[in-house]
Design a protein around this ligand. Structure first.
Ligand code: HPA
Ligand code: ZN
Length: 330
């Protein structure tokens, strides 16, 4: 009989986290500490009251809180502390490499420049890498429910900032905002040497996944749950080795699925899809990457080999160089 899976620091497989929104790692105690330090009023009396509000009915109900809470992030130091805390926590949970999403438009609309945001994140990447060995990079995301011109301005400001950014992504409210709207922005990012990803098929239809692939030319799909409804799309994703960065706890908390046992892990693996496991917005959805993996291991009786396959998928799907990837191969 194969060995039961143990996801622990002692039995560490080299996982890459490829789908984590850095603003979604903002924990209630930090929200209160930052608000207090800045004299900002919060509509909650306590951290417990804030946490109690984390009852979501869909993606939009979560985004409302996510955008409200991130307003406490204002200075470069705030972004440094946010990313440093996440990277330390990820390292403890067995993450060897993280590609962090950030939403510059959510900050520029409050007067905070891309350089302030990226400067803080870059400083954290360097400091925590020295401290723990974890490596990390940044993927800036377009807010798809804001005008296309805002996305163009965001990309320009990121490129002008001179900070190293690995890729461009697409996030926020999905339904009604098809990927094809952003073809021009993605073309420009590709020409600037950025790697491309997009959220698609979380709440939106399989058609949005086709558009992300064929119109935007992305290399990974974030979530992609609804791709499983379309057999021709599943064949395309499998044949072209397009990774899906899936997020089990997020799917439950945003009601993409009813409960963890409905997470399409076996279905996706059996279809030959290169899926990876990620935390999405861990401060909001009940846990970090290792928490997601432990819950999956228990719900689906994963073997050590199952977990090793997920770890290998995450290394293969990462945007690390071939040499960096080799360091993590298992
Ligand atoms: N989905 C889409 N957009 C997001 C998310 C998410 O889970 N988190 C932050 N922005
Ligand atoms: Zn996401």
């Amino acid at each position: 009989m194969s060995q039961p899976a143990q996801i622990s620091v002692a039995n560490r497989l080299p996982f890459c986290e490829l789908h984590v929104h850095i603003e979604g790692t903002l924990e209630p105690p930090t929200i209160f500490a930052l608000a207090r330090a800045k004299g900002m009023a919060l509509p909650y009396d306590s951290e417990a009251e804030l946490s109690d509000a984390y009852q979501f009915t869909d993606l939009q109900s979560f985004l409302n809180l996510y955008y409200a809470n991130l307003q406490v992030l204002q200075t470069e130091d705030d972004f440094y502390e946010l990313a440093a805390s996440y990277l330390r926590r990820a390292h403890v949970g067995g993450v060897a490499h993280a590609e962090m999403f950030v939403d510059p438009q959510a900050h520029s609309k409050r007067g905070i420049s891309a350089a302030t945001v990226l400067g803080g994140l870059q400083r954290a990447i360097t400091a925590v890498s020295r401290e723990t060995g974890i490596t990390s990079s940044i993927i800036v995301c377009v807010l798809r429910d804001d005008p296309v011109e805002d996305a163009e301005r965001m990309l320009d400001s990121v490129l002008e900032s001179g900070f190293a950014v690995t890729g461009l992504g697409l996030d926020s409210a999905e339904v009604g905002y098809p990927p094809s709207l952003f073809k021009g922005v993605f073309d420009k990012a590709r020409a600037a040497g950025l790697r491309l990803v997009a959220h698609a098929g979380e709440e939106g239809p399989a058609e949005y996944v086709w558009q992300a692939l064929d119109t935007l030319g992305v290399e990974r799909i974030d979530h992609g749950n609804r791709a499983l409804e379309d057999p021709a799309l599943v064949t395309r994703l499998a044949n072209d080795h397009i990774p899906l960065t899936m997020c089990p706890f997020s799917n439950v908390r945003l009601r993409v699925i009813r409960e963890l046992s409905d997470f399409p892990l076996r279905k996706a693996l059996d279809a030959g899809l290169q899926i990876t496991i990620n935390s999405d917005d861990p401060a909001y959805f009940g846990g970090y990457l290792d928490d997601n993996l432990r819950a999956l291991a228990s719900t689906f009786s994963l073997t050590h080999e199952d977990c090793a396959e997920l770890a290998r998928n995450s290394v293969k799907a990462s945007f690390m160089s071939a040499a960096e990837r080799q360091r993590l191969e298992c």
